[in-house]
Design a protein around this ligand. Structure first.
Ligand code: 13P
Length: 253
């Protein structure tokens, strides 16, 4: 049975006290409402990882980074390595988010190196893929996602790829209030799973959780998560409100 997962991507939001308050609000909501068997991963800005992981460890959820370096260690000013994160008890990292691709020039090659770093140091990559609006309008979205998935993940063996989580985040849905329809999400998730089946076989593809991201909120999560191949969500804006985030966590049927 593959895992149901809801991950929160806080992006570059909140100063320290607000971030700590939000963490405790999430803890309160989870205590009150529970979380069923959904795995929860919160990805705050890097400077708050230590504070967050201390709180998470006591409250049964996990903390992930939003990024890590493609390099092992050494003279890379400003970078944070997978081994550093792992040594702080950080279990996951978002990799290849469209904002990193767009604003920081990350290519599939760089992202593939980051995936390798994460796996080498025992961390779980949350690998993001997804097309921009023009690509969907030109009906190139399947080709785009096929290329992204194959270039960043398909050098991995069966065992390594089984450690990964994939997030389909159509760029036109991120932060826009325009969500992919339930049918569009299911169609792309089934496509991604079919790529994994083709490359690695059913046993592997059926075990990999594929999350949906892009204007997913407390109102639309249940419909999205009801799809056979949608195993949860990677949540941006709605992850900044404790009640909304925990409502999403509890949106599985
Ligand atoms: P929104 O939920 O704000 O659209 O962001 C999605 C996202 O980019 C999560 O990584």
């Amino acid at each position: 049975m593959r895992k149901k997962i809801v991950a929160g991507n806080w992006k570059m939001n909140k100063e320290f006290q607000d971030a700590e308050d939000l963490m405790f609000e999430i803890v309160d909501e989870l205590t009150e409402k529970g979380s069923g068997d959904t795995e929860i991963i919160i990805c705050p800005p890097a400077v708050y990882l230590e504070m967050s992981s201390d709180i998470a460890a006591e409250n049964g959820f996990m903390v992930g980074a939003q990024n890590l370096s493609q390099f092992d260690s050494g003279a890379y000013t400003g970078e944070i390595s997978a081994s550093m994160l792992h040594s702080m008890g950080i279990t996951h990292s978002i990799l290849g988010h469209s904002e990193r691709r767009t604003y920081f020039g990350e290519t599939d090659k760089v992202i593939a190196d980051k995936v390798d770093q994460a796996l080498k140091h025992g961390m779980t990559p949350i690998y993001c893929c997804g097309e921009v609006l023009a690509e969907r309008q030109a009906e190139r979205h399947f080709d785009v996602v096929r290329n992204q998935v194959s270039e960043a993940l398909f050098h991995l063996g069966k065992e390594a790829v089984s450690q990964c989580i994939i997030a389909y985040e159509p760029v036109w849905a991120i932060g826009t209030g325009v969500t992919a329809s339930s049918a569009q999400a299911q169609e792309m998730h089934a496509f991604i799973r079919s790529l994994l089946t083709e490359k690695y076989g059913m046993e592997v593809s059926e075990e990999i959780s594929i999350l949906y991201g892009g204007s997913c909120n407390a109102k639309n999560a249940a419909e999205l998560f009801a799809n056979k191949d949608v195993d949860g969500g990677l949540i941006g804006g709605a992850a900044l409100k404790a009640a909304d985030f925990v409502a999403i966590v509890n949106s599985f049927q």
